[in-house]
Design a protein around this ligand. Structure first.
Ligand SMILES: NC(=[NH2+])NCCC[C@H](N)C(=O)O
Length: 670
């Protein structure tokens, strides 16, 4: 509430807080009573009273929270923020149900999108049936239909709601107001962008990509990179403070043998940078020596010890090895426009030493055959973490325990997200359990493992080259570029676009289609990598959607109306929503904030791709039925319907925003 006087709110919040204290005391008193020997009838009465008081307490608490957030300004700062319809309706019906049935504790508030037939409303409230059950349990008989009617008469006026209708056995159909849609869409056109819905700002660490030095970065890491980047983009857009971390595997015993091998192969490595071009080959060579040559093996172990105590020459050799890999990885990030901070496992060396001591002192570590392990549940139940190996070394588990502590305590994270293949789900479950057990994580912290299925080739087998090797990502991107260019040439775009425009379109399509194909699939499933499929220009693909956006943008341009003119027109002309197809499109557009908020809950990005596709389909229906620009038989423009061009522009703005969140680059010509 910018500019308003906060005093009355603060006073109300203070009064409500006092009330809570009083109520708490009353509850305590009642609980005390229940232990003494008062008769059953009395007891029952007091218990019912208690339930009612608890309910009032919950309502008051919520009121205090909302007053507080208004007073501190932490709720919506932005008066033009795009409203979440589901959330707004939820609040509206929560109040109505609370008023209609004040004796029910936490009654169910169920708001859903309406079905395909607009006759049955745009949204629905389906609370009446479960409410009837709850009431029956309390000995109150009421039909769901009566309950629905009762709720309807308690719903306050809202700028969102045109009308409510009770249907069937007790569904409440909710019809949206067009004026609300008109003003929302007008704001988009005037400001030129989509103001994000309001959310509470949090510090979020997103751990993604995280390839391993000396092993090839493979398609699994590409999936993690694409999904992690898009999640970060979405959370940043919503106003969160996001730390994007690349937890690369740059530590561990294998580096001992790599360093030892480097010292042998390139004795002057301290002065001349070693010309390693293929780190995989180099890894193979050193592994072979490690397995065969016991003298070498001994030296490799010595190197590990030196590395972990930061011996300067060994550290230098290690850095050189990491650099080879880093350059290759960076190329992939640059091409895909991925930004993230490298903070590999090595960063946590001293913190691992520290946390091991702490966990041990706090009695969390158990001895097991020379290892030190930590259980997430009670001992013997499930799988434990290996915190220290029998040779005294640390493990992947140790580094993740040190990392989680660093992220919570030093980075002050509220929310931790890890994006890896689904195979690591159990690892992260145990890490979370152990971190909660050790009270590193508390109930105010959220942790999510964002898992994903394996990438398959078109033969439905694990994605590999013909010769069975891992596919090099740079080569994969090169192929994408070539295929995208072929596609553009097939459509004879090379004849229309300038060389520069063609290049921009080529890159946008190539990288866009790789990202979109990944993001548009439910991440929990395995997915088939197929250039043929992702480059199709029909259906839910990046190519189709990028084309759709350029086409939408060209409508106004071809009528000689600029974006600036549209922006100015939005102040005086209303967006046209009178035609059924216009209204249908508008309602799809208005779902944008709800889809975003849903994704912050389940972190499944394919829902955003589905919305984008739904928008483009609804747009096509609108465009086929409603003239934006009218022409005579000579093809000359006779009338420009600005009110419809405004709807066109609002559609383009939202689609563009979705592309940005998915990491796609919209192009003006294709
Ligand atoms: N904190 C983490 N464990 N992040 C994920 C690391 C992924 C690991 N380097 C891998 O390639 O599978």
């Amino acid at each position: 509430m910018p500019g308003s006087n906060l005093e009355p709110f603060q006073q109300r919040a203070a009064a409500a807080e006092l009330e809570i204290v009083k109520l708490k005391e009353e509850i305590k008193l009642l609980q005390g009573f229940s232990n003494s020997n008062i008769d059953n009838e009395e007891l029952e009465k007091l218990q019912t009273e208690n339930v009612k008081l608890k309910h009032r307490l919950a309502i008051l608490k919520r009121a205090v929270e909302s007053e507080k957030s208004i007073a501190s300004g932490s709720s919506c700062q932005n008066p033009t923020a795009m409203l979440s319809i589901i959330e707004t309706l939820y609040n509206l019906f929560e109040k109505a149900i609370g008023n209609a049935y004040p004796n029910l504790v936490d009654p169910p508030v169920i708001i859903a999108l309406g079905g395909n037939d607009p006759k049955f409303g745009d949204y629905q409230c389906n609370s009446a049936l479960p409410l009837a059950k709850l009431l029956r349990a309390q000995g109150v008989k009421a039909s769901p239909r009566d309950i629905a009617n009762n709720i309807v008469s308690s719903v306050k006026q809202s700028p969102l709601v045109e009308k409510l209708e009770v249907a069937g056995v007790g569904f409440i159909n909710i019809f949206l107001k067009r004026d609300f849609a008109i003003s929302t869409l007008a704001t988009l056109v005037t400001t030129g962008h989509v103001p994000p819905p309001c959310t509470k700002r949090q510090r979020v660490v997103v751990d993604f990509s995280s390839p391993n030095i000396a092993k090839e970065m493979h398609v699994g890491h590409l999936r993690s990179t694409i999904i992690g980047d898009s999640i970060s983009r979405l959370l940043e857009y919503l106003g969160h403070d996001v730390l994007r971390l690349n937890h690369i595997g740059d530590w561990g015993t294998q580096f001992g043998m790599l360093v030892a091998h480097l010292q042998d192969r390139f004795p002057d490595y301290l002065t001349v940078s070693p010309p390693i071009s293929d780190l995989q080959e180099f890894y193979k060579e050193s592994k072979e020596r490690f397995d065969k040559d016991s003298e070498f093996k001994k030296r490799a172990y010595e190197c590990v010890v030196k590395l972990q105590s930061f011996h300067p020459e060994v550290t230098k050799a290690w850095e050189m090895i990491c650099d080879v890999s880093r350059k290759e990885i960076q190329q992939v990030y640059d091409r895909l426009d991925i930004k993230l901070i490298e903070r590999g496992e090595s960063f946590y060396q001293s913190r691992m030493e520290k946390i091991v001591k702490e966990l041990e002192a706090q009695g969390y570590l158990d001895e097991d055959d020379g290892r030190k392990i930590m259980w997430g549940n009670e001992p013997g139940n499930g799988i434990p973490l290996t915190i220290v190996k029998s040779d005294g070394g640390f493990t992947y588990d140790t580094s993740d325990m040190a990392a989680i502590k660093q992220r919570i305590e030093e980075e002050k994270a509220d929310w931790l997200i890890y994006v890896t293949d689904a195979g690591q789900a159990v690892h992260f479950q145990i890490i979370e359990k152990c971190a909660r057990r050790a009270e590193i994580l508390t109930n105010k912290h959220r942790m999510d493992h964002v898992g994903f299925g394996v990438v398959l080739g078109e033969d439905k087998k694990k994605f590999k080259t013909r010769s069975g090797d891992t596919v090099k990502l740079t080569e994969l991107l090169d192929e994408g570029l070539k295929r995208a260019l072929d596609k553009l040439k097939e459509k004879e775009r090379d004849k229309v676009l300038t060389e520069e425009e063609l290049l921009v379109a080529q890159e946008s399509i190539a990288y866009g289609c790789i990202k979109y194909a990944d993001l548009s699939h439910n991440r929990n499933h395995e997915y088939v990598f197929s250039f043929d499929k992702m480059l199709e220009d029909k259906g839910n693909t990046a190519v189709y959607l990028l084309y759709a956006l350029t086409r939408i943008r060209s409508i106004a341009r071809n009528a000689n109306v600029t974006r600036e003119q549209l922006r100015a027109a939005a102040a005086t002309t209303s967006v046209s929503l009178s035609h059924e197809k216009e209204w249908k499109l508008a309602k799809v557009l208005l779902k944008f904030p709800d889809v975003l908020l849903k994704i912050t809950k389940d972190l499944c990005l394919h829902q955003l791709c589905e919305l984008c596709y739904e928008i483009s389909t609804a747009f096509t229906e609108f465009y086929d039925n409603c003239w934006c620009v009218e022409k005579n038989q000579f093809g000359e423009i006779v009338k420009v319907n600005i009110d419809r061009l405004l709807l066109t522009e609002a559609t383009a703005i939202i689609m563009e925003q979705i592309f940005l969140l998915l990491g796609l680059k919209p192009v003006s010509k294709m």
